[in-house]
Every structure is written in C-alpha cells, then in structure tokens.
Design a protein around this ligand. Structure first.
Ligand SMILES: NC(=O)c1ccc[n+]([C@@H]2O[C@H](COP(=O)([O-])OP(=O)(O)OC[C@H]3O[C@@H](n4cnc5c(N)ncnc54)[C@H](OP(=O)(O)O)[C@@H]3O)[C@@H](O)[C@H]2O)c1
Length: 270
C-alpha cells in the first residue's frame, strides 16, 4: 500500500503551535491527542458532552503541562451544540491551528432494525458533525494559509461490519477528499485509521471484546503520538502499528470473499 504524500504541503518541522481543538477530548483517543498536543506546548480547546469531566480534564492538563485549556460542553449530535463549536473556529482572537475531529462512539445494532434512531444519532455525530466542523476548520485555516486537520476514521471502515463500518468508510473518503480540496492551501489533512484501541469505546457500546487477541490492541497515547509524527511528515493517512499497516493492506487488496469471511468471524465474536 503506497502512502500518499503531498510534496506541495511539506510541513514546517514543528507544525503544532497555537490552539488545538479536540472533539471527544475527555476519554480515549481524543484525550491522548490532548495530552500529546499539550506536551508540544499547544493551548487546548476541549469538546465533549460531560461538563464536569471536561472541567476535571482541563485542570489535569493545565497542571501537567502548564498550557491554557478552554472547555466547550456540547453534544455534537445536536444542532445547537454543533453550532456553538462551529462558531469557535470563527474567533480571530484565538485561531484554531490544529483540529482533531475525533468524537464518536461504537454502534452495535442490526441493519434490520425498524427503529433507526440509534443509527440516525450516530450519523449526526460521526458524519454531519465531522462534515460541518471539518468545513469550518478548513475555511478558517485556508484563509490564514496554514493549519492541520486530523479526521478519525477506522480500519473498520475497510471491512463490512455494519452501520459503524459504513460511517467510518464515509469518514475516510470524506477526509481524503477534504485533503484534495485543500491541497496547495497550506492546510494539511490526515486521516487516522486506528484498529482496536483500549478506551471506553467498546464498553460504552456494549461490544464484547474477550475474543479479540491481545496483540491487536493499541494504546491510545501511542496512537496519538504516532499520528502527530505522521502529520509532521506530511502523510495523508496514519495507520498505527506495522501490524495494522499489514492488515489494512489485506483489507484493501485481498479478495472480497475472504474479507467478508473474516468480517463475519469478527461479528460472530461480538
Ligand atoms: N477505540 C477504538 O477501538 C477505536 C478504533 C477506531 C476508531 N475509533 C474512533 O475513535 C474516536 C474516539 O473513540 P474512543 O475510542 O476514544 O472512545 P471513548 O473513549 O468512548 O471517547 C469518546 C469521546 O467522545 C465524546 N463524545 C461521545 N459522544 C459525543 C457527542 N454526542 N458529542 C460530543 N462528544 C461526544 C465522549 O465524551 P462525552 O461522553 O462526555 O460526550 C468522549 O470524550 C471515535 O470516533 C471512534 O469511532 C475508536
């Protein structure tokens, strides 16, 4: 699998400075990005729904790294919450230089369910909010001629594992398209494609994980650090760990009947 590098978007040695806005910043991968960017001396804007947890996370990050931390409590699946976060990208006094488009949740529902409300709300969070916030970030960064956007997709988007896979497949295609649309503008877009990462994700969605071999689990801090390194190298896609680079290659190039058989085996273990 060839990794696409945009030579015209060769980034400065350290592209991370100023304010970084992270959605889903109180847990798992988003929190790991918050820590990694604070370690690079970025000031932070943390977004999630639970205000108490946001406030506690902000105190911890200020104490640990000495950076400024704003919090924005918002449900991104809700129009008003999304609008409030969108407006933050338009603040010229403290522009967002790095945007981590991360908030999301697992989805363990049948595609045959008559009640699609769970899938509808997942679409609002992981498609609509990703699109609206990515557009707001892209517009303001393009106007300034620089910036970094990371969209969190998933290896699951490469294999047929239900509504979640379909959503993450959309995120990956969207993210690559955004990179193309912003090519030459000074704004760099990277698509993060994690495999299984130890976070609250599976427990929150009621997904059983006992059948997943230990070797397939990734550490969230490592995923975030490696992704920021890939961004600094100008990579348009970040796949954490050599094992997942190989599995991604298989998912994209192996015969589809084989891919479907593997997906069916994984589904059976959940
Ligand atoms: N863990 C994995 O194995 C894995 C693999 C591939 C991709 N991913 C993707 O990585 C991203 C982060 O997942 P994670 O594993 O870090 O999960 P996590 O530990 O459950 O964290 C999810 C974060 O998103 C926030 N969030 C959830 N719903 C929200 C909403 N409606 N509005 C605003 N914020 C919301 C949560 O805070 P509140 O509950 O307070 O809102 C929390 O901060 C997701 O997009 C997920 O699809 C995860």
């Amino acid at each position: 699998m060839a990794t696409l590098v945009w030579p015209e978007l060769a980034l400065p040695a350290d592209p991370f400075h100023g304010h970084a806005l992270i959605t889903g910043a109180t847990s798992g991968i988003g929190l790991a990005f918050a820590r990694a960017l604070a370690a690079k001396r970025c000031d932070l804007v943390l977004v999630a729904r639970n205000e108490d947890r946001l406030a506690a996370t902000a105190v911890e990050l200020r104490n640990d790294f000495g950076v400024d931390v704003e919090i924005l409590a918002a449900d991104l699946a809700d129009q008003d919450g999304l609008a409030a976060v969108t407006r933050r990208f338009e603040d010229p006094a403290a522009p967002i230089e790095t945007f981590i488009n991360c908030a999301g949740h697992g989805l363990h529902v049948s595609l045959l369910e008559q009640d699609t409300s769970t899938i509808d709300s997942a679409h609002a969070l992981m498609i609509r909010a990703v699109l609206i916030l990515g557009g707001a970030a892209g517009r303001s960064m393009k106007a300034r001629g620089h910036g970094v956007i990371v969209n969190v997709a998933s290896v699951a988007g490469l294999i047929p594992m239900g509504a979640y896979s379909a959503i993450k497949s959309w995120v990956a295609t969207y993210s690559e398209s955004l990179a193309l649309e912003l090519a030459g503008s000074g704004v760099h877009v990277t698509t993060l494609m994690p495999g299984w990462v130890r976070t609250e994700f599976h427990q929150r969605a009621g997904i059983r994980t006992e059948s997943i071999p230990g070797v397939l689990w990734l550490d969230a801090d490592r995923v975030a650090r490696d992704c920021l390194r890939d961004v600094a190298r100008g990579r348009s896609r970040s796949v954490p760990s050599k094992l997942y680079v190989a599995l991604t290659c298989l998912a994209e190039h192996a015969p589809r009947p084989l891919v479907r058989r593997v997906a069916a085996a994984i589904r059976g273990g959940r």
